[in-house]
Ligand binder design. Structure first.
Ligand SMILES: NC(=O)c1ccc[n+]([C@@H]2O[C@H](COP(=O)([O-])OP(=O)(O)OC[C@H]3O[C@@H](n4cnc5c(N)ncnc54)[C@H](OP(=O)(O)O)[C@@H]3O)[C@@H](O)[C@H]2O)c1
Length: 286
């Protein structure tokens, strides 16, 4: 982590630094954040619902930029506690955006803002939330995009290892498999998964370029849930990964978008490296 205390270097806050993406943003800073002092923020500094502690910390530290990864990030948690989801994802984001009104801020949003009827979504496509999580993300986006200094990054399923070992979709899958569970995966639900380390690199690139506005940041390959599970299982040949292919046709749970694949060509035009095809990245990494 680049955290030398040189007062001439600008400081960047990374909120949600104990999480999957925030943790990797901090970890990758040594390679991609030259010139920044990186300040990971967690609940120890302030709770995102506590505007007074947040403001006190902000006025004391006077960061020059913010990468805002802190959130109630699991849709199931948002459905269970919609009030909390709103306090953190909307109100907490508003407090932070107000404090950071004069500096760059990048807010993390999600492909789940779309209803999934179309797929291949561009930044200009209309959003239509199907969950509390998506509603809070859309509200967060709208308030962030009022400030021309700020940016929104909508990403998709992020693959990676979190410090706590239980944050990413692949960690959840591995935990279930290691407990001997058989998992079912849709063959007709589509996403554009991306390694969290790549998302982190893109975030640094956007900050360093002073990019503002709305960007889709996802892998360049549209894969079904079943294909994604295949990639994860192949990446870990040592474990038994019992799985069943199923169709959404028989699904009876809460509404979920069928195809939230993202077109990331807008951000790709700014990047000095290609956004990876997930299956190739997973095969290369093993
Ligand atoms: N991972 C993905 O696949 C994915 C996909 C699309 C969008 N996103 C978005 O990307 C962002 C980062 O996601 P992630 O996967 O890194 O999430 P994550 O692993 O769940 O991490 C969330 C972070 O927010 C912190 N946090 C939650 N409530 C807080 C509170 N009240 N006060 C202070 N900190 C709080 C957590 O702290 P604790 O550890 O203390 O709980 C944690 O550090 C989120 O906005 C998420 O919605 C993620």
């Amino acid at each position: 982590m680049n955290e030398t205390n040189d007062p001439r270097q600008p400081q960047v806050w990374v909120t949600g630094a104990t999480g999957l993406i925030g943790g990797l943003v901090v970890q990758t800073s040594a390679r991609f954040a030259a010139g920044w002092i990186v300040r990971p923020t967690t609940r120890r500094q302030f709770d995102l619902a506590d505007s007074r502690s947040m403001a006190a910390c902000f006025h004391q530290e006077r960061p020059s930029a913010v990468i805002h990864c802190g959130a109630v990030s699991r849709p199931v948690d948002c459905e269970r506690e919609p009030g909390l989801a709103r306090r953190i994802n909307v109100d907490g984001t508003r407090f932070l955006a107000e404090l950071a009104a004069e500096i760059p801020l990048i807010f993390l949003s999600s492909d789940m803002v779309f209803d999934g009827r179309k797929g291949g979504y561009r930044e200009t496509d209309a959003v239509n939330p199907m969950s509390v999580y998506a509603e809070t993300k859309i509200e967060g986006e709208q308030l962030i995009l009022k400030n021309p200094r700020h940016a929104v990054v909508r990403t998709s399923l992020n693959y990676g290892a979190s410090a706590t070992g239980n944050r990413s979709f692949n960690e959840e899958m591995m935990t279930a498999w290691q407990a001997g569970k058989t998992l079912s995966f849709f063959t007709d639900e589509f996403r554009c998964p991306i390694p969290a380390v790549v998302t982190s690199r893109v975030l640094w690139e956007l900050l360093n370029q002073g990019a503002t506005g709305l960007y889709h940041v996802a892998g360049s390959e549209r894969l079904s849930r079943w294909d994604i599970a295949e990639c994860v299982a192949r990446r870990h040949p040592g474990i038994s990964a019992p799985r069943t292919a199923v169709s959404r046709v028989a699904y009876q749970g809460p509404p979920r978008p069928a195809d939230t694949s993202l077109n990331s060509s807008r951000v790709q035009a700014l990047l000095p490296f290609p956004l990876p095809r997930f299956s190739e990245w997973m095969a290369d990494a093993s």
